[in-house]
Design a protein around this ligand. Structure first.
Ligand SMILES: C[S@@+](CC[C@H](N)C(=O)[O-])C[C@H]1O[C@@H](n2cnc3c(N)ncnc32)[C@H](O)[C@@H]1O
Length: 323
């Protein structure tokens, strides 16, 4: 629906200020926390928050609190969003202010990635122990087996495979399996684990969930287990994981429900404190998957974490709908 005159004026007013335009250009790359925007823009948090409030009031950005942090992202769709996209598209990409922002954003991202990489390298050998600190493994694994289905699967892809737990759990139901991870230390441990259980047709590959370089529609089971909460752009990771799912295939995302355990951010490199159903469902649907379901596994202790399993499928196209 077209914008009313009043709304158009509100949107253009909100966009028509240098810092706010810079914020919109940054959020076009990925969702960002106020703290991170402040660092990139070199402005105080209260100042950045004031601009964000105006952008939110004009319906251009969405605010979502996550524990003690607050994240912002561009609204997913609509006329206002299109107007912003059109404006950003028309700005010279070599503009010195915007390119300096992108450079600083890349530095913030690189720091984030290197802190997370160091954490995984440091903890690779202890990963199985750390993982079981905050969730009851056996219950979760049984639920994952049920959610995946009996198989047999033609090709299993595990993104952010870590020490290979999902591969050893689900691999026996798959003809071939592939684990992909950014950490060489994690991959080395996974290699030993898959060998221990005698998984022969299982490849472990160094790679990034944001650009797996794997062919599209090439797997009938794709798993992203306890990875999303570390990522700067979980929506992009869901999109890439979904791209790999072939017709009739299934994607399994396992992560936490929204929680308040801030120490996981401080001590264990979590970026997001869980995910709401609506958020994951939206990403899955935007990626073209259907039959989205979620299953919650509440913690044994009151202060523990609820594990969520989201499943979605790529529906088979009938001849008529494919035509
Ligand atoms: C918490 S571990 C989970 C590992 C495994 N899925 C499990 O549940 O045991 C998260 C893993 O994601 C990997 N990871 C983080 N960012 C990644 C990225 N951008 N691409 C691929 N793997 C990534 C880390 O190296 C780490 O091994």
């Amino acid at each position: 629906m077209a914008l009313t005159m009043d709304l158009a004026v509100d949107v253009l007013r909100a966009v028509g200020e240098p810092t706010r335009l810079r914020i919109l250009a940054l959020l076009a790359h990925e969702e960002l926390a106020v703290l991170e925007l402040g660092r990139v823009l070199d402005q105080s948090q209260p100042r950045v928050s004031r601009h964000l409030k105006l952008l939110a009031e004009a319906g251009l950005v969405e605010r979502f609190p996550d524990g003690a942090w607050v994240f912002y992202r561009l609204v997913a769709s609509g006329e206002a969003r299109e107007l912003v996209a059109e404006t950003l598209n028309r700005i010279d990409p070599a503009d010195p202010v915007l390119s300096a922002d992108v450079e600083r954003l890349q530095r913030v991202r690189a720091e984030r990635a290197s802190e997370a990489g160091e954490y995984f390298a440091r903890n690779a050998a202890r990963w199985d122990e750390i993982r079981s600190l905050y969730v009851s493994e056996a219950n979760v694994e049984n639920a994952i087996l049920r959610a995946a289905g009996d198989g047999p699967f033609r090709r299993l892809v595990d993104l952010g495979s870590g020490t290979g737990r999902m591969l050893t759990l689900l691999g026996p139901r798959a003809e071939v399996a592939l684990g992909l991870d950014l950490s060489q230390q994690m991959l080395n441990i996974a290699r030993a684990h898959v060998a221990d259980v005698g998984l022969e047709r299982c490849e472990l590959r160094h790679g990034d969930i944001f650009g797996t370089r794997l062919p599209g529609a090439s797997a009938d089971l794709v798993v992203v287990h306890q990875v999303l909460h570390y990522l700067g752009d979980p929506a992009a990771a869901v999109k890439e994981a979904s791209r790999l799912v072939e017709q009739g295939g299934r994607l399994l995302i396992v992560d936490f429900a929204p929680h308040k355990l801030e120490f996981l951010r401080e001590q264990h490199q979590h970026r997001r404190l869980g995910f709401a159903d609506a958020e994951i469902e939206r990403w899955l649907k935007e990626a073209g998957l259907t039959k989205v379901r979620s299953h919650a596994l509440p913690p044994a202790r009151r202060e523990g974490l609820t594990v969520k399993i989201w499943t979605a499928e790529r529906s088979r196209q009938t001849q008529r709908s494919a035509a």
